[in-house]
Design a protein around this ligand. Sequence first.
Ligand code: NAD
Ligand code: TDX
Length: 331
Amino acid sequence: MRVLITGGAGFIGANFTHQTVRERPDVQVTVLDALTYAGDLKSLVPVADHITLVRGSITDSDLVERLVAESDVVVHFAAESHNDNSLNDPSPFVQTNLVGTFTLLEAVRKHGVRFHHISTDEVYGDLELDDPAKFTPETPYNPSSPYSSTKAGSDLLVRAWVRSFGVEATISNCSNNYGPYQHIEKFIPRQITNLIDGVRPKLYGAGLNVRDWIHVEDHNSAVWAIIDKGRIGETYLIGADGEKNNLEVVQNLLEIFGHDKNDFDHVADRPGHDMRYAIDASRLRDELGWEPRFTDFRSGLEATVDWYREHEVWWRPRKEAVEAKYAQTGQ
Ligand code: NAD
Ligand code: TDX
């Protein structure tokens, strides 16, 4: 099987590439990645001898068509992925998440190639803290940020290409991922690298916002389950019942580092900050028999802390610029 992985030099795509090379020696992997600020070639060094890497944009229709024509499956991770960046400048989000997905869809349509679209639970908006509900595939779309609205739009493009043109596609909407190779602009690695540097963690607002954490390896095993056994045209929600508020996550990290649980700072809140995400993954579990393996959040977090401690060469070059950017918004 020839698999084209878009965004394979980013956090989840790199972990997916590693998992695929490790567990599926029969798969021929090509990664297409523009190597934006979020992509890092170092993340692919451990698998460099087993993949073909193409540097380019998913908005480049000639390049995309050539690569898609040589593939059996496209797994589409490439995106602008950070909410805070989308509040500062939405333009690359529209280009990559909407125009890029459109470009890929036109190519898979022309060449009859199977497509799997990676999306987020944020397309559903947010839930109240005291609401017992979780997101299901029937929850109406109600995105809040420029990031989540462009992801929602990309999902709708995929659905329309399935219905109107018979494209063989599936969609997955996953909750917040954590694990190795995550960009240090994101919540958990930002706080881990702050703590390594002796800087207090930064909590937006009161810190009561809830995210439904899943280990990146579990997200990626679910993606393979959908590629292997998923029904064409279907949407699968991926989550592992990992709801935690941000304060709890920061206090877990402080404990791991042996600090007092109050050793953090409250900083400016994110405008329009979604309160709570929660996933009902029963379709994935019941239909496809998928189960998460990393169900103990604390030990997953400890392993992630160890990874950042051991891979300072990977993240250090970005740290100063990331913090300088947050300083501009008082975060
Ligand atoms: P990331 O920002 O770490 O990586 C994105 C990758 O896409 C980078 O390597 C970047 O260089 C590449 N890219 C960006 N624009 C491109 C373009 N125009 N052409 C080609 N490549 C381009 O993101 P991530 O956290 O790994 O997220 C991957 C996917 O998973 C995204 O679609 C995101 O919406 C989705 N998702 C992420 C999470 C999460 O918690 N991180 C949760 C659910 C869904
Ligand atoms: O320094 C911080 N302090 C803080 O309190 C940062 C960077 C974030 N936060 C909060 C904001 C959120 O409530 O932590 C939570 C998680 O923030 P992010 O890591 O920015 O993730 P989020 O906005 O929830 O979106 C993530 O999950 C869904 C990914 O970045 C998206 O790509 C994915 O779709």
